[in-house]
Design a protein around this ligand. Sequence first.
Ligand code: SF4
Ligand code: MG
Length: 336
Amino acid sequence: SAPLLELDDLHVEFRTRDGVARAVNGVSYTVEAGKTLAVLGESGSGKSVTAQAIMGILDTPPAFIPRGEVRFKGRDLLAMPERERRAIRGQRIAMIFQDALSALNPVFPVGDQIGEMFRVHRGMSKRDSRLRAIEMMDRVHIPAARQRVRDYPHQFSGGMRQRIMIAMAIALGPEVLIADEPTTALDVTVQAQIMDLLRELQAETNMGLILITHDLGVVADVADRIAVMYAGRIVEEASVYDIYSRPAHPYTKGLLESVPRVDQKGQKLKAVEGLPPNLMRIPSGCPFHPRCPYKQEPVCTTELPQLYPTGADSGAACHFWEDVRRESTAEFALAG
Ligand code: SF4
Ligand code: MG
C-alpha cells in the first residue's frame, strides 16, 4: 500500500521583484504511520517551507510550486480539487508551530479555541465542543482542565500554551502531525516534557510525525530517521544511529560537532563555519562547497552531487561521502 505521506521531487520558489528565491529544490521523503522523521537544518534550509507546502500555506503568490508531488496515501494533494484538499489539510494532516502565543487568539478562552475544531469541522454544539475541549486538555496533561477551560492564552505558561496548540492540532485525529520547532521557545526541561507528550500521543494514535528542528540535541530520543537539509535539498538521510555515529555528509558532521557532548562539558561549541547561501544565488556545483572542509576542485564547484546511497536505506549528497564517513566513524567512536 502507498506510504502515509510522500514528498516527491518537491520544488518551491518565491518569485519576488528582486529575483527568484529557490527555497526547496527537489525534496523527496516519506513518512510512515507510527514513525517520526526529523527534518534538520539551519534557518533558510527549506525545512519549514517544505512543511508549509504540505499544509497548503504556499498555494498563492509569491510562492510557486513549479514541480513535485505531495502524496497523502498515494494521492497528490497539489493536484486534487480544493474541496478535497481542505478536508485533508488541517484535519488528517495537522501542524503545530514554534510560537504558540502568536498562534493562539488572545481574546478567546482556550477552551473555545480547541472547541472550535469540533464546532467547525464536526458540527458540534457549543456545550458538546466545550466538553470535548476539556477532554483534549486532559489528554495533553493540562492540570485542572475543567477549571481552566475558560482561561485565556496569557494565563498559561509557554509549555502549557504549546500543549494547547497540540490539543488543537490532534483534536480531529490527524494521521500526520507536523511539528515545526515545537520546543524552540521553551526551556530545556519543558522541551523534554513536550517531546515526551508528542511521543506518548504518537504511541496512542499511530500518527506519522514530522519533527522540524535546527537542534540535533532534541531529536535523538524521538526520531526514527533524520533528513538533513541544506539550501533546499536533503543532503543526508539516514537512521538516527547512522546520523549520530557515522555521518556521511560534511554538513551533518559539522552539525554534530556543534552539539555539546557529555565528555566536553564547558567546552565552547563549534558552529558550522560560514553562512547559509542566499537562495537567490545558490552556489554552483555542491551548494555547500563555500563552507566545506572536504571540498575538492573542480568537482565540488561544478558538479551537483546527487544523493548517493550510503546504505540500504540511506543516502548522502556528497561526492566524497566515503572519506567523510571514514573520518566521522573514527572521530565519533573516539568521542564515545
Ligand atoms: Fe563538500 Fe564536495 Fe561533498 Fe559538497 S560534494 S559536501 S563540497 S566534499
Ligand atoms: Mg523555520
